[in-house]
Design a protein around this ligand. Structure first.
Ligand code: AMP
Ligand code: TRP
Length: 334
């Protein structure tokens, strides 16, 4: 039997999944699942690196699993599970942490940005977030890690530390590569198209959540910030708002070339263009939400997660043992 190549990725269940997460990451998990063995987990360790409300987190976890499935992840083909159901993640996380230099952690922009914003009481977990992410990846020896642009640096760190550990202990890890789509790897906020669309936007009009009503989503798109140039042109420098909407429309309509979209809307107003974007987004939300409701009603989530965790552990556990043995942390009597 020919073994499928593997991909690994995760999403944090902090807040609700949004259109940026879908376009930048989740849709790619679904696209690859016939060709690759897709290991898709819910990063419920990473999400507690910033404070979470327990009741809200619990709800977000369920929603996150249901949305994975509603977006098309098939638990028969892909491995879907919660990070904490596979304790090997935290165990290898500590080991990788011990091989990561402070200088490397200090260079991570995600942490630096939070610090620069003057956020108080940042946790140790936030600082050591990247080695845990490296462990998530290395446990499964994937060829690729499909992520949005903002995670590239973390995957690069994963490669650096894996190479370092391989040099020291022999070839224990496969060196993974980030897989970042050309279009949609950084969807911007609708209200401030110089900033990434993000969960931390709260109920902000800049972010479309996958569970927003189509009516609310349409309103957000129709009031998205644009410019006064009056042309539909992909030019992120001078027309960041319009360029972002072009990316969204292209991503949701089979990656249509930007030039084709520009041509279709040549000489037409922003209102007409925004309506087309809103139609595409609403069609997506309606489809996802119908499936989401069916999944929640089915009561299948726990079973699916238990089966996913068992499949994941069957890969992760031997890898952890192999690493511990290579490091000399285990007594192997023979
Ligand atoms: P997170 O929700 O932060 O755990 O991110 C989950 C995945 O979605 C990661 O691969 C991110 O890079 C990707 N992602 C998050 N926000 C965006 C965005 N605005 N545009 C594109 N990809 C994103
Ligand atoms: N850090 C990722 C994010 O914020 C989530 C994540 C955790 C992840 N572990 C991972 C992504 C492993 C890819 C592979 O989006």
């Amino acid at each position: 039997m020919v073994m499928k190549k593997r991909m690994v990725s995760g999403i944090k269940p902090s807040g609700q999944l949004h259109l940026g997460t879908y376009i930048g990451a989740l849709r790619h998990f679904v696209e690859v699942q016939d060709e690759y063995e897709m290991v898709a987990f819910i990063a419920n360790l990473h999400c507690i690196t910033v404070p979470q409300d327990p009741a809200e987190l619990k709800k977000n976890l369920t929603d996150c699993v249901a949305l994975y499935l509603a977006c098309g992840l098939d638990p028969e083909k892909s491995i879907v599970f919660l990070q904490t159901d596979v304790p090997e993640h935290a165990q290898l996380g500590f080991i990788v942490n011990c091989h990561t230099y402070l200088g490397e952690l200090n260079r991570m922009t995600q942490f630096k940005d939070k610090q620069a914003h003057g956020e108080k009481n940042l946790s140790g977990g936030l600082y050591t977030y990247p080695p845990l992410m490296a462990a998530d990846i290395l446990l499964y020896s994937p060829d690729f890690v499909p992520v949005g642009e903002d995670q590239k640096q973390h995957v690069e760190l994963t490669r650096d530390v894996a190479i370092r550990m391989n040099n020291r202990y022999g070839d224990i890890f496969t060196i993974p590569e980030p897989k970042i789509a050309k279009v949609g790897a950084r969807i911007m906020s609708l209200t401030d198209p110089t900033k990434k669309m993000s969960k931390s936007d709260g109920i902000n009009k800049g972010c479309i959540y996958l569970l927003d009503t189509p009516k609310a989503a349409r309103k957000k798109i129709m009031s998205a910030t644009t410019d006064s140039l009056g042309q539909i042109k992909y030019d992120p420098e001078n027309q960041p708002g319009i360029s972002n909407l072009i990316q969204i429309l292209s991503s949701l309509t089979g990656d249509r070339p930007f030039a084709e979209i520009e041509q279709e809307f040549e000489g037409k107003g922003y209102g007409e263009f925004k309506r087309a974007v809103a139609d595409a987004v609403c069609a997506l939300l309606e489809d996802i939400q119908a499936k989401y409701n069916a999944i929640i009603a089915s009561g299948q989530i726990e079973t699916i997660l238990a089966q996913g965790a068992a499949k994941a552990r069957a890969i992760a556990h031997p890898k952890l043992k192999e690493v511990q043995r290579a490091i000399g942390m285990e007594i192997v009597e023979k």
